[in-house]
Design a protein around this ligand. Structure first.
Ligand code: HAM
Length: 418
């Protein structure tokens, strides 16, 4: 067979799998709308500066992973690597700048030029939410609670929630300095990436996966203690709210997240069913500069990787792949019977019934074999003899029993046995 595989890190999703995706999307829409979120569909590509400015020029995503190309007019465009920046661009056209809260959710493909692996794709899909315009610890807690509720409705009850605080922007300087001073003493033993991070983005050293670096990180100073009283109080309130809501969590001081827009609360949800890529979802509070604005707009949100949600569901044996079989398979022998079947199928389908039928000249045996394979509950069989008699034979595929139904009652009979 010719190799028509899609590009590395992408996948074709056929019906049996696609049904599972639809279930995820429907569950997201159902849960999020109960919290007052409406759907927002933004373009799949944006002007490159939306991401450069939004996510931060020093982030891995912006530096190494973006799919960037030129518009016909020479303007730089980028396939969205995440949803938040585009959502904020779209919301800049609303009254969110006047402090009016906006609650939106989205789902769809995102693109990052990462090394493909299980649970890591170049085209992957996120379902995410953004609550934009207002700042309060309880808003962060409500957002996290909604994520956990979404997972619960998907049947995922054993995911682990880790939270941390990034403080306000003004805390970043002194705390960064504290970390830089500490890591500078050990930098000789650390990886090349961390050597570069020391000056460029010291925070990312905290989540380096290299064994040697992790040893150094383990004894890093408690930078959160150096945050302002305001930041620490904010974080305390988020934790108190999670506790009041009965949501278990751990505080992980090494959780800094890969994007630069975060302030205050950050969080990640992981699951043991994922293997190496443990993050099912991540998010936090952020401040983003909207186009043409010199004051950042606050928001809080998260995104869950749909491929990873499905992997967790696989591990838990939930939401299995499959197709919805037709209720009836119409078997027709001869041109007149096939035409009668085509008309009947139309009527039943309009009535909401799923129907499969034979439209070509094929033997009775071949048609019945197809009916069997289709998973239909009943085969409805007719040829010239049945047409003449004004009946159709309805055969139960489960037990092989069959009965003759008069033409005039056929629609009602099938409609009530769907
Ligand atoms: P993120 O942590 O970069 O955050 O991505 C969120 C989730 O998307 C991850 O937890 C993971 O499940 C999934 N994901 C990311 N990259 C890949 C990949 N290459 N293959 C498969 N799945 C992947 C964000 O994108 C933020 N915009 C979340 C957010 C919203 N923060 C505030 N609001």
């Amino acid at each position: 067979m010719a190799n028509f595989a899609p590009p590395p890190g992408t996948a074709d999703i056929f019906a049996a799998e696609a049904r599972r995706w639809r279930t995820l999307e429907n569950t997201a829409a159902s849960v999020f709308s109960r919290y007052g979120y409406g759907e927002l569909r933004t373009p799949i590509f944006e002007y490159t500066e939306i991401f450069q400015r939004g996510l931060g020029g020093e982030t891995e995503v912006v530096q190494k992973e973006m799919y960037t190309f030129e518009d016909r007019g020479g303007r730089s465009l980028t396939l969205r690597p995440e949803g938040t920046a585009g959502v904020m661009r779209a919301l800049s056209n609303t009254d969110v700048l006047n402090g009016v809260e906006q609650r939106v959710y989205y789902c769809g493909p995102m693109f990052r030029g990462e090394r493909p692996a299980a649970g890591r794709r170049r085209q992957f899909h996120q379902v995410g939410v953004e609550n934009v315009g207002r700042v309060a610890p309880l808003i962060d807690a409500e957002c996290i609670a909604m994520l956990m509720e979404f997972l619960r409705e998907l049947g995922i009850n054993d995911a682990k929630l880790a939270i941390n605080t990034r403080g306000v922007t003004a805390d970043r300087g002194p705390a960064g300095e504290l970390l830089r001073n500490y890591f500078a003493q050990h930098i000789d033993t650390m990886c090349d990436d961390c050597k570069a991070r020391l000056d460029r983005n010291v925070w990312r050293i905290l989540d380096c996966k290299q064994e040697a670096c992790r040893k150094v990180v383990a004894d890093a100073p408690d930078y959160v203690a150096s945050f302002s009283a305001e930041s620490r109080a904010y974080f305390d309130e988020v934790q108190a709210a999670l506790t009041a809501l009965g949501i278990p969590y751990t505080v992980d001081p090494l959780l800094v997240r890969g994007l630069d827009y975060y302030v205050h609360t950050v969080f990640e949800v992981s699951h043991s069913g994922l293997g190496a890529q443990t993050a099912v979802a991540g998010g936090g509070r952020y401040e983003l500069f909207l186009p043409g604005q010199n004051r950042p707009v606050p928001g809080v949100g998260f995104a869950a990787g749909m491929e990873r949600l499905l992997m967790v569901q696989d591990a838990l044996k939930l939401n299995p792949p499959g197709v919805d079989p037709a209720s009836f398979y119409l078997v027709g022998l001869g041109a007149a019977a096939r035409m009668a079947n085509l008309k009947l199928a139309n009527r039943l389908r309009r009535d909401g019934v799923t129907v499969a039928l034979e439209l070509e000249e094929r033997s009775f045996k071949a048609q019945l074999r197809s009916a069997n394979k289709s998973g239909a509950k009943y085969a409805v069989i007719r040829g010239d003899a049945e047409l003449e008699k004004g009946v159709a034979v309805v055969k139960s595929m489960a037990d092989g029993s069959q009965s003759e139904i008069p033409e005039g009652e056929l629609f009602e009979f099938l409609s009530s046995h769907r």
